[in-house]
Design a protein around this ligand. Structure first.
Ligand code: CS2
Length: 521
């Protein structure tokens, strides 16, 4: 444990008198006592390296202190315990490489987070924060699984966590405040209950900015929210639903920045640069993109002056990013792990995988996209592969491989369906799905080792996936394609798709340079 002082506004002020290194960018000199204008659900590393940075830069550009962020954690109090002693202050360590491989580092100190709440102990405060009049925006990064959607679309009303939260919502809509402090069990439950509390108190308009990797994310979440409220048995649900439709906007947004898990080596690099200990440090590449539909119910930060793009049509940017970047990312994660690559940078440096990644982009992803003048897809392909090659950030294949059952429909299956509808067989996407299948097969048989570590399947559907994966390898594709929680019937029953996935599985199972796949010996 280092003996350095802990980062905080006071420690930084005392420390700055000695001057900060050029690579350290200090926080914006804003009034941190001003009432926060944003509540963010899911204050994980991605939010702190992305929206919170753009919000800080926008505030600095206009000396505008209205947009402090109240962060809400999901599963634990760790981020609150990291940031509270630091007054919300933390660093974003930017890591990249010069063309000759020399590491390039910078450290952004971010002060836009004003408070962090853990619903397990602070639910009433979360509800009050969402309802507070100065709050104009609620944003979310709760990952694909946080919305509790049914695989075939719409809310998953059979989900026990959602059911628990809808009971609490019904109580609040019935005017009972006794459950206000009871924690929700889902992120969308927290959102709904906070909106209900706002409706029941100030009724002030609000904008919900979804920042997760979902297609058409804002409108999709709006539909979920409306369908859930319309299904509520509470007498006042209809009035609440009308308020939602009239006063709460759900613009779409596309977010992009590669943010790996923070390691002790990252923390040591930041401490060496800053001279203070930062328990809330996050790590990122220099690249950052945020494209937001300019449809707000009230005031917003001047995010365009913090690096974001405001537009009236996010869809082409979303589709391009999810299918080209995230689809290739997931392919390299599964294929890379199967071939023993611990890092994405190693997987994309593997000549065979690099060629297959390019084939996925050129043969399937790009042809499935609507052509728009604003996006140079070939240039985007090169920039994505170059970003993946950034070995300085240490982005692991296993981190990206997480939650495949939630990511496949968004990153692979939409592309596959569009290509089949166009009369083409998406062989590259089928190969990527096959790599995921083999990843499921080997990890659930406890026989995949990457970087000297046994890999476990980290997925909300890990149990049914393990059940389906059990059995002979040559019928694995049929067993997994039969899972309607992942594969829609129109796709799973298409013989062209089935044949392509089976062929893909034979191919990836034959990779001789795959030391990692013990199960196939
Ligand atoms: C990654 C994304 O973990 C993953 O699934 O593909 O987090 C990716 O790094 C971001 O979407 C990049 O913007």
């Amino acid at each position: 444990m280092t003996s350095l002082d802990r980062l905080s506004p006071a420690a930084l002020d005392a420390h700055r008198v000695h001057g900060l290194p050029d690579q350290v960018r200090p926080p914006a000199p804003l009034d941190r006592s001003a009432p926060p204008g944003i509540v963010h659900l899911g204050i994980g590393a991605f939010h702190r390296a992305h929206q919170a940075v753009v919000t800080e830069r926008a505030g600095a550009a206009h000396n505008d202190s209205r947009w402090g962020i109240v962060g809400v954690t999901q599963r634990s109090a760790s981020v609150r315990d990291q940031l509270a002693p630091q007054g919300g202050l933390y660093g974003v360590l930017e890591l990249s490489q010069e063309p000759d491989g020399t590491p390039r580092t910078a450290l952004d100190l971010i002060g836009s987070v004003r408070d962090v709440l853990f619903p397990g102990e602070d639910t009433a405060k979360v509800m009050e924060a969402i309802a507070a009049t100065p709050t104009r925006i609620v944003s979310l990064t709760v990952t694909e699984k946080g919305y509790r959607r049914h695989p075939q679309g719409g809310p998953d009303f059979a989900d026990p966590a959602l059911g628990h939260d809808l009971d609490l919502l019904a109580r609040e809509l019935g005017g009972k405040r006794d459950a206000l402090a009871t924690p929700s069990r889902s992120a969308i439950g927290t959102l709904l209950r906070g909106l209900a509390h706002r409706w029941a108190t100030s009724g002030a308009p609000l904008t919900v900015v979804v920042c997760d990797n979902l297609l058409d994310n804002g409108p999709q979440v709006a539909q979920l929210v409306h369908r859930i409220v319309d299904s509520s048995p509470a007498k006042s649900a209809e009035a609440f639903g009308s308020w939602l439709r009239e006063s709460v906007a759900f613009p779409a947004s596309m977010v992009d920045r590669i943010v790996p898990a923070t390691t002790d080596a990252h923390r040591a690099t930041a401490e060496h640069l800053l001279g203070l200990r930062d328990a809330g440090l996050v790590v990122a590449e220099p690249f950052l993109q945020w494209v937001i539909e300019d449809r707000f119910a009230g005031p917003r930060p001047a995010w365009e002056d913090g690096g974001a793009t405001l537009t009236d049509n996010v869809t082409p940017y979303e589709h391009t990013k999810l299918r080209v970047l995230n689809g290739t990312h997931s392919f390299l994660a599964y294929a890379g792990a199967l071939r023993g690559h611990a890092l994405i940078a190693d997987a994309v440096a593997d000549p065979e995988l690099n060629a297959l990644a390019r084939e996925l982009i050129d043969s399937d992803a790009i042809p499935s996209l609507e052509k728009v003048d604003e996006i140079d897809v070939e240039g985007y392909r090169e920039s994505v592969l170059e970003r993946f090659a950034n070995g300085a950030i240490g982005h692991t294949t296993v981190q990206i491989a997480m939650d495949g059952s939630q990511k496949l429909p968004i990153r692979f299956l939409g592309t596959a369906a569009d290509r089949l509808a166009a009369g083409a067989v998406p062989h590259a996407i089928a190969r990527a799905v096959a790599a995921w299948m083999l990843y499921v097969y080997t990890t659930t048989q406890d026989s995949l080792e990457v970087g000297g570590t046994r890999v476990e399947l980290d997925d909300p559907l890990a149990t049914p996936l393990a059940d389906a994966a059990r059995g002979p390898l040559d019928s694995l594709a049929d067993r997994l394609l039969a899972m309607d929680a992942i594969f829609p019937a129109h796709l799973a029953e298409d013989p062209r798709w089935r044949d392509a996935v089976r062929a893909g599985l034979r191919e990836v199972s034959s990779w001789s340079e795959a030391p990692a796949m013990g199960a196939l010996r």
